[in-house]
Design a binder for this molecule. Structure first.
Ligand code: 13P
Ligand code: ZN
Length: 273
């Protein structure tokens, strides 16, 4: 038996592939983490590299000390996960302090966990505290329609929640707490992690303006279904309002400059005026 035949592995890989087939994971867009049950980490143990070195996370998430996570790799394309799991995802252990991790399986050739790993961990912790330990999945994706909505509506939880709820009868049942909404933030940083973790106390799904969905759930089906429902509602909203509207907010010139600095790219001046 291979580690990829374990149920939680198959569920993770299927969810990643389904998200990719939906068109939510262009290039390396999006990331996924799963917190293993004790029985699952025991099943996987014989595949572990117990000599793996520890790496500092950059902050501590003590509530998750000693837990095991399946995680997508930073810069890895979701479309490659099914074909080559070990090169694109990894199984990580947190140390008892919750301040360091090590890769026990996968993330071959020195690949790193997603740049949003800290975001995911802080939000796992927030969700467990708010709702309970049955929450195991954090998922981030880039669906087009919900991103489009963030250019056209005020970035307000009430407005987004009401508009989405009104699009499909079942929406208010699928996400009764509504949706959290966050203004544009630099991706991969501590700030986006902290602000999301505050909203995670009240919402299972957060809309990151001009970026995507960040959501939590008990298992792969519920988490994927949540993102799918929100995105379908957004698609309907966009169809019925198409599209004679002015942007109320967008990614600003300063935001582009910040991005260029953070990611070491050079953007032509003529596009920054
Ligand atoms: P990673 O490739 O580091 O997971 O980043 C993708 C992403 O969508 C960041 O928000
Ligand atoms: Zn993203």
């Amino acid at each position: 038996m291979q580690i990829t035949e374990l149920d939680f592995m198959e569920g993770f890989i299927r969810m990643a592939t389904d998200g990719c087939n939906k068109g939510w994971h262009e290039r390396n867009g999006g990331n996924l983490t799963y917190r293993l049950k004790k029985s699952e980490s025991e099943q996987a143990r014989r595949f572990f590299n117990e000599a793996a070195p520890w790496t500092l996370l950059g902050a501590e998430v003590p509530e998750l000390g000693g837990e095991y996570f399946l995680v997508t790799g930073s810069g890895k394309f979701f479309r490659n996960i099914e074909r080559c799991p070990a090169g694109n995802i990894g199984l990580c252990e947190l140390d008892e302090s919750g301040g360091s991790y090590r890769v026990l399986w996968g993330l071959d050739n020195n690949a790193k966990p997603t740049s949003e790993f800290l975001s995911h961990l802080m939000n796992h912790a927030a969700k467990i505290k708010a709702k309970g330990a049955h929450y195991r999945v954090i998922y981030h994706c880039h669906p087009s329609n919900i991103i489009a909505m963030t250019f056209l509506l005020p970035l307000n939880e009430k407005v987004f929640t009401r508009e989405l709820w009104e699009m499909i009868t079942e929406c208010s049942i699928v996400f009764p707490d509504g949706v959290g909404v966050m203004a544009w933030e630099l991706c991969g940083g501590l700030e986006i992690a902290e602000k999301s973790a505050v909203l995670m106390k009240n919402y299972d799904v957060i809309v990151w303006a001009h970026h995507g969905i960040f959501c939590a759930g008990e298992d792969f089906d519920l988490t994927f279904g949540l993102a799918d429902t929100v995105e379908k509602a957004a698609e309907i909203w966009l169809k019925i309002t198409s599209a004679n509207k002015k942007k109320l907010q967008t990614i600003t010139t300063n935001n582009f400059i910040e991005l260029a600095e953070a990611f070491g790219v050079s953007l032509p001046e003529k596009f920054l005026e």
